[in-house]
Design a protein around this ligand. Structure first.
Ligand code: GLN
Length: 441
């Protein structure tokens, strides 16, 4: 714990929003004493971890990397984090990310752009960039990210580590700052599927404070694939055959497909929605939901209030001055698609497309057991580049957002120089996804 805190203190990759050093050292002492007295300790006891700065942890700064909440301290602790604390894991750091989860590069933050673990001139990925980089650099053993449209899987891929978005509802969202509630998921980033399994088991379960949660069975330790359970693997051919995908990512993906065929598994090409449709459906719904969720941040109950001449001015100045350009773009866009005259035309159409996308997955999972995909069409950009072109940044989410809209369990496994391979299965088949990852390695 001490060594890792020392490394985090240097903040070489802008991954740190605040250090929890006093708490961490006190907790570590307790575990030491327990070990010295010969008491047995649990699997997670004494294991240092990081927390994306969008989770409530009582008494800690919880900024969402924003000016609006830069002085805000949590009044309570998120269920998922509480479960890890109860299991004895030691929180070291609140981690840098795109403000309110809005972004794909971890540059939309008041704490400075997160630097990629492999090549620091590139972005760390987003929005859980600080979390992925901390794991990749060994500053934390695991980190808890948040994934609404790819924010765990994409930075995991950019930094060569594992990142898992479980089935929606497997882990409670209580105490995770809401971005788009219909796809927000809590999940771990770690260096192995074994670590992912342990952390996942500790955090999962029904929670009365989040009515979308369900009771899942825990993932077994052996997690070895019964190859009889896997007959067919599918992939979306339009994700691979298009002009936007980088040659390196395409070659790497096709090599994985050959490897799977060589293991005697049938591989099927599937039809799917075009990237433009996936990205516009996701962003329509995500912007609508975030406009609604963030309306509470007006400086009255929380946040950096800036007084105006009257209440309306106070709201307006507080929000105009404290939200980032990217967050404001989404709030304005979201309010537009929800407003009279537009909602039928745009928002309802988005909901309808989401249902069609989910139905498409259901149909596919009658034919295949696993769907594979690259994590992104592009390699990580240089720091500074994505800020110039928000639309290009949205399009870089083309391969992650569909699985979010389908609420499916989806894992990124690292892939050398490319940006990782995504493994997905039908709802609730989280264990199968992890088993398949072990089988591939
Ligand atoms: N990049 C996507 C977005 O900006 C996903 C972010 C996330 O999953 N929080 O919406």
């Amino acid at each position: 714990v001490q060594d890792r805190l020392g490394l985090l203190k240097q903040n070489t990759h802008n991954t740190v929003n605040s250090l929890l050093d006093e708490t961490a050292l006190a907790l570590a002492k307790k575990v030491d004493a327990k070990i010295e007295s010969g008491e047995e300790i649990g699997l997670l006891e004494g294991i240092p971890f990081g927390i994306k700065d969008v989770y409530m942890v009582q008494g800690t700064y919880t900024t969402a990397s924003s000016d609006l909440l830069k002085k805000y301290k949590s009044a309570y602790t998120a269920t998922a984090i509480q479960k890890l604390l109860d299991a004895g894991a030691i929180p070291l750091v609140k981690e840098n990310c795109d403000s309110f989860g809005h972004g794909s590069s971890s540059e939309n933050t008041i704490f400075g752009a997160v630097k990629n673990a492999v090549n620091p001139s590139l972005v760390g990925g987003g929005s859980s960039g600080g979390s992925a980089v901390n794991v990749a650099k060994g500053f934390t053993v695991f980190s808890i990210g948040g994934d609404t449209g790819g924010s765990i899987r994409q930075p995991a891929g950019y930094n060569n580590v594992f990142g898992f978005k479980p089935t929606y509802g497997r882990i409670s969202r209580f105490g995770l700052m809401a971005y788009a509630s219909s796809t927000d998921c809590v999940g771990p980033i770690a260096k192995s599927t074994e670590d992912i399994r342990i952390v996942l088991n500790a955090m999962s379960g029904k929670d009365v404070k989040d009515q979308t949660t369900y009771q899942s069975s825990s993932i077994s330790k052996e997690s070895v694939l019964n190859t009889d359970a896997i007959k067919t693997v599918g992939y979306f051919k339009n994700f691979i055959n298009n002009d936007a995908i980088s040659a390196e990512i395409k070659a790497d993906f096709l090599a994985s497909i050959e490897k799977i065929k060589a293991k005697g598994i049938e591989v099927k090409e599937l039809d799917f929605f075009e990237s433009d449709t996936l990205v516009s459906t996701y962003y329509t719904l995500a912007m609508a939901e975030t406009a609604s969720n963030l309306s509470r941040l007006d400086g009255t109950n929380y946040g950096n209030r800036i007084e105006g001449d009257n209440l309306k001015d106070t709201y307006s100045i507080t929000r105009s001055e404290n939200f980032s350009e990217e967050s404001k773009r989404r709030i304005v866009g979201g309010n537009q698609v929800l407003s009279q005259g537009f909602s039928d035309e745009i928002y309802l159409k988005g909901l309808n497309l989401r249902d069609q996308i989910a139905a498409n997955f259901e149909k596919d999972f009658k034919e295949v057991d696993i769907i594979l995909s690259p994590v992104t069409p592009n390699l990580p950009p240089k720091i500074g580049d994505s800020l110039k072109d928000p639309l290009a940044m949205y399009l870089s989410d083309a391969y992650t957002v569909g699985f979010s809209l389908g609420q499916l369990p989806t894992l990124t496994i690292p892939k050398g120089t490319a940006t990782g391979l995504q493994i997905s299965a039908a709802k609730n088949n989280d264990e199968l996804v992890l088993q398949f990852a072990n089988f591939l390695n």
